[in-house]
Design a protein around this ligand. Structure first.
Ligand code: SAH
Length: 522
């Protein structure tokens, strides 16, 4: 349990703005509170990725609330939930989309807490109106166009007389008008604005799922926007921005112009390793669906490694061919009560730059990084023995690696006269679950690109989609492009009857992302 966090007996509710969608737009205070929450009550509009900040042992409660759809809880139910958990001494984070005090019913929740005598704090958030405008390339104010902006709810515009909105004053009184929850009533809203004197050719933008990879924006005028929205099938959540500033979108639009915007990519890596590729692709605007096609597990039997560690001084070289090999080698070493010092005097080879960088974290500098970042490349440069007389003949080489892996490296070294000890330190197993979701998305043509960063990601992906025949596989992947990090991965793709569309010259994540960007920019 969160004992260290709940030293205070008295509970407290933190009403936190999650921001508009992009998880990077939460405040530092909001993130800090999520990291210390005992209970999180979150909404439909709050990005679920933010929940990754919350400790695993916290309680997660989905409060629902999808405009017009099913409510998981009534407002009274939510209020009661907050009161109950806080009374039980919990630190409760109530996470709401955008800013909690802008059309968020945040005030009603706070009033309830005040009545119950419960401590609270409110953390503002980036409201979706400013985010939608910014991410659609529309400055909501501009000296040349408007000096005022109004935030309005579109819920009230039901055509009934008792609206709280003074449309007659609003229509021409505010330079820019941003309407929340306005899609359903868009025909009424635009009519009210025009009837009350706003020019029918006033530019209007509608922005859906602002600041997320699936953001969609359309532009029209007060007169045309209803039809544009209908034609494009724009549904909530969306904001309507009315005013001359919308014209600036033409030159300022930046978010949707990024090279990978609108492209949906499957990232097939281990859960632990996906983040670098994902964050780099997202920087360029891609939407990444993370499928962990490999699940890494420890091996049942460490006998070979333990023996090697006990006789470490008999080895001349130790070779690391993957990040996992490094992680699991040192994990076991620590379990044996040892550390990097057992490698004193032993030369170290790393298959590539990323592996060499990972070794630095253990205070180790690789003695050898081959020009070609493959097992064969490593074997070749070892055998070539850059320094005279130091080739591998008669040398003892330790290779901690996956239980099942390509035998090229040890075979080449054995053939060159070395003695290689292959010590399994981890194994790859295909993960369960999420298969149906992936297949459905492929079938529906919702995926643009598959990324493969190793041969095993390819084979595990194929196990996961489980096609009956190469024809069926090709049909499933019809129109889907494939990126492979290097030649071995590419070979595994082609061996399975598929075509590689993107392959970088250097086998690194950075080069792979560059190659993907180049491909889509052409
Ligand atoms: N408190 C929230 C607003 C909640 S009302 C805020 O400050 O943003 C819900 C409405 O907000 C939706 O109907 C939609 O009009 C708007 N909205 C919220 N997030 C949005 C997003 N990412 N893109 C477009 N509109 C959004």
């Amino acid at each position: 349990m969160n004992n260290n966090h709940s030293i205070q007996k008295k509970g407290k509710v933190y009403l936190v703005g999650a921001g508009p969608g992009d998880p990077g737009l939460i405040t530092l205070r909001g993130k800090f509170l999520l990291q210390r929450a005992d209970v999180v009550v979150y909404d439909y509009l709050a990005n679920k990725k933010l929940l990754n900040y919350v400790p695993d042992d916290a309680e997660f409660i989905y409060a629902g609330k999808k405009g017009g759809g099913l409510h998981a809880f009534t407002q009274e139910g939510i209020n009661q939930l907050l009161v109950d958990h806080a009374t039980a001494g919990k630190r409760v984070v109530r996470l709401k989309g955008g800013d909690p005090f802008i059309f968020g019913r945040g005030a009603e929740e706070i009033e309830e807490l005040v009545e119950a005598g419960i401590d609270f704090e409110v953390v503002p958030g980036v409201t979706s109106a400013t985010a939608a405008a910014t991410y659609a390339g529309i400055p909501i104010t501009h000296r040349d166009y408007t000096a005022s902006v109004a935030f309005v709810t579109g819920h009230e515009a039901t055509g009934k007389k008792e609206s709280n909105i003074a449309w007659d004053k609003l229509a021409t009184g505010a330079g820019t008008i941003v309407i929340y929850m306005g899609i359903k009533n868009l025909p009424i809203i635009t009519k009210k604005l025009m009837d009350n004197g706003r020019a029918p050719d006033t530019p209007v933008a509608v922005v859906r799922w602002a600041s997320t990879p699936i953001q969609q924006s359309v532009v029209g005028t007060l007169e045309t926007i209803t039809e544009v929205v209908r034609k494009e099938g724009i549904k909530p959540p969306a904001l309507v921005i009315v005013g001359e500033v919308v014209k600036l979108r033409k030159s300022i639009d930046w978010f949707e112009k990024r090279p990978l915007f609108g492209k949906r990519m499957v990232v097939t890596r281990t859960r632990e390793q996906a983040s670098e590729l994902v964050s780099r692709l997202e920087e360029h605007g891609a939407e990444c669906l993370e499928y962990s096609t490999i699940h890494i597990e420890v091996v049942d039997d460490y006998q070979l490694l333990d023996q090697a560690v006990a006789n470490m001084e008999s080895y001349d070289w130790i070779l690391f061919t993957s990040l996992n090999a490094i992680t699991y080698f040192f994990k076991r070493l620590n379990e044996l009560g040892r550390d990097s010092r057992v490698l004193a005097g032993i030369r170290i080879g790393a298959v590539g730059r990323a592996t060499a960088d990972a070794l630095l974290q253990y205070g180790l500098l690789a003695d050898l990084i081959p020009e070609k970042f493959t097992g064969a490349g490593l074997a070749e440069s070892l055998i070539a023995g850059k320094e005279k007389g130091k080739n591998v003949k008669g040398k003892n080489i330790l290779l901690p690696r996956a239980l099942k892996a390509m035998e090229t490296l040890p075979e080449m070294l054995n053939d060159a006269g070395a003695t290689v000890t292959v010590a399994p330190v981890y194994r790859n197993v295909p993960p369960k679950g999420r298969r149906d979701e992936l297949c459905a998305q492929l079938r529906e043509g919702e995926i643009d690109l598959l990324t493969f960063t190793s041969s095993s990601t390819v084979t595990n992906f194929l196990t996961m989609v489980d096609a009956d025949s190469p024809e069926q596989l090709r049909k499933l992947l019809d129109g889907v492009k494939i990126a492979a990090i290097g030649p071995i991965t590419a070979e595994t793709v082609t061996d399975n009857g598929l075509t590689v569309d993107i392959q970088p010259d250097n086998y690194t994540i950075i080069d792979m992302v560059d190659a993907i960007v180049d491909y889509y920019e052409c």
